[in-house]
Write a protein that binds this ligand. Structure first.
Ligand SMILES: Cc1cc2nc3c(=O)[nH]c(=O)nc-3n(C[C@H](O)[C@H](O)[C@H](O)COP(=O)(O)O)c2cc1C
Length: 194
């Protein structure tokens, strides 16, 4: 739906530490309340390894990505699964209250305790209360648009496919079994755009 492409987003790494260290890229973190109890929400696909681990652990962290982040971080955390991949082992990270936080490319982090889970069809809206947070530097936060315009690596064969549901663009031919990393739509439903 074209209108969904008009929504603006930040970019984050959501991580946890249940059976193993894991994490994924998300553009759907939102502040939900502003009283004494600080609630935030994140919409995570039910199929993500990180989602299952958060439901188990009931705790997660949100790292706010900076414009300086390496595209390797986004490619690793946004396009591979922690199920068969130790993503954090490829980068420098620290454990903060047992949660993995990258040492570079982030503006700060938020530690969150899950308080509610809302079924949102393909996703869960995971609502949590902030119990700790830190601003690490005053750099510029990464937006989804900045990522699309500057960090996303364009493959050379010139063919791209667009998800008709959320507008996600995949550059290059779609691999077998491809599913939209944002909304989970089957790759067979994608539209060729170039
Ligand atoms: C720019 C970008 C934004 C994304 N936003 C979300 C999101 O908000 N929710 C989600 O479930 N997946 C999102 N994804 C997809 C996950 O990061 C991706 O499926 C990841 O490989 C899941 O890893 P996991 O299986 O280790 O949890 C996004 C990916 C990218 C590249």
């Amino acid at each position: 739906m074209d209108i969904l492409r008009k929504l603006t987003y930040g970019l984050f790494i959501i991580s946890t530490n249940s059976t193993k260290l894991c994490g994924c890229v998300s553009n759907t973190v939102v502040q939900l309340s502003s009283g004494d109890k600080k609630l935030i929400g994140v919409s995570l696909n039910k199929n993500n390894f990180t989602t299952k681990e958060i439901l188990d652990k009931k705790l997660f962290s949100v790292s706010i990505l900076s414009k300086e982040v390496s595209s390797d971080v986004i490619n690793e955390f946004g396009f591979t699964s922690s199920k068969d991949n130790d993503k954090f082992s490829k980068f420098n990270y620290s454990l903060v209250d047992d949660m993995p936080i990258l040492n570079e490319g982030i503006i700060g982090y938020i530690l969150v305790k899950v308080v509610n889970i809302v079924d949102a069809d393909t996703h869960y809206l995971i609502i949590g209360e902030i119990y700790d947070s830190k601003v690490l530097n005053e750099g510029e936060v990464l937006t989804y648009k900045y990522y699309q315009d500057n960090l996303k690596q364009i493959k050379t064969n010139g063919v791209s496919y667009r998800c008709p549901v959320c507008g996600y663009i995949h550059n290059g031919e779609l691999p077998d079994g491809f599913k939209c990393p944002l909304c989970g739509l089957d790759g067979s439903k994608f539209e060729k755009v170039s």
